[in-house]
Design a protein around this ligand. Sequence first.
Ligand SMILES: [Zn+2]
Length: 451
Amino acid sequence: MTHPTHPTTRTYWLEHAWLDTNVEPGVALEVSGGRITAVRTEVDTPPPGAEILRGLTLPGLANAHSHAFHRALRGTVQVGSGTFWTWREFMYSFADQLTPDTYHDLARAVYAEMALAGITAVGEFHYVHHAHGGTPYADPNAMGEALIAAASEAGIRITLLDTAYFSSGFGQPPNHHQLRFSDGSADAWAERCSLLKERDHARIGAAIHSVRAVPARELATVARWAEERRAPLHVHLSEQTAENDACRAAHDCTPTQLLADHGVLGPRTTGVHNTHLTDEDIALLGRSGTGTCMCPTTERDLADGIGPAVALQRAGSPLSLGSDSHAVIDLLEEARAMELNERLRTRTRGHWTAAALLRAASADGHAALGWDEAGSITAGALADFTTIALDSVRTAGPVPRLGAETAVFAATAADVRHTVVGGRHVVRDGVHALVPDVPQALAQAVEALRA
Ligand SMILES: [Zn+2]
């Protein structure tokens, strides 16, 4: 069905399009009211007045796990050695500097960088809620609202995964950095989150920072809040073996088992990382339909280890991808890294097809964020898509029929030419339409935190 009188009705002609299973040359999309209303194939020449997108157009990419402020650590944090835990101390020094204004400016620039990378929806795992010492802002959601506004100004969708965080470890109060993260209890967390309103570009979900940060007796309250709203619920899970050891010492079970015992697992729940799991953990996650968000560029940057993504998927856990600490923001790199990590570990190739990796980067990532109606170039879907150049120094050569393989295994974020979100052309010919100078915006926002 088309709406020819709708003011935002537009026709796009895609030189090549990824239609979930294959590359199709010459595709016309009708877009109206922010949705794709018709997909026509075998359209050899652009219809009159159509917007022409040269290259391979993919469904918009979903960045299912982000901490926007970690972008300020890029480069700086690569000096020296250490572990995840020493990295975390450095990360906290940046968290200490954030205010609603500085966080807004940084997130706007980071989300603009994401749009330039073809990302149309971000899952922001947000835990810096309060002012220093844990004092609430006049608007107790001032920080979350800053992130929602930042996404709007950068032209992308956001699922604000408002994160519960009450302890520094099992039975331990939050440390002086973590006071900003804590509402004190899950009931207080729920009361604050309930004030957040969804918008056209913004959905509200929940997160449990980790089993370290949310005491077992509080887990069910967070899970129930998400269940009542049918909202996504995310949780950092077994990223580090030290978390597993501490959980066993406190509860005599794995973090996955603890989450299962308190009603946290299920098809709207996503475990982030899922790195150090037992066979029983994998079975629990798979049987419950709990998703897995892999963040390969962060996991390798933080020396976490390689999670059992193949086994998780086989057990029934859908896979999504996230740039997490933003060591780089490039969902194509996340997709190929998941496959290439597995090749290094097993010394065999071909664990996922390019199609399966694109599905993790788009449809399944969107579903993990509660945007089930995005992530596919089909009639009725949200008009969120991105075009990858097939004529750059990285992508020239292969036949267009292999465009998906080229995009996943050779292209980078620098090859993204167009990004359209809800029918709005946010990135055109590699230039952001709403944030005129994204590198400068990033530099200024990061500098403000260093000052
Ligand atoms: Zn994370």
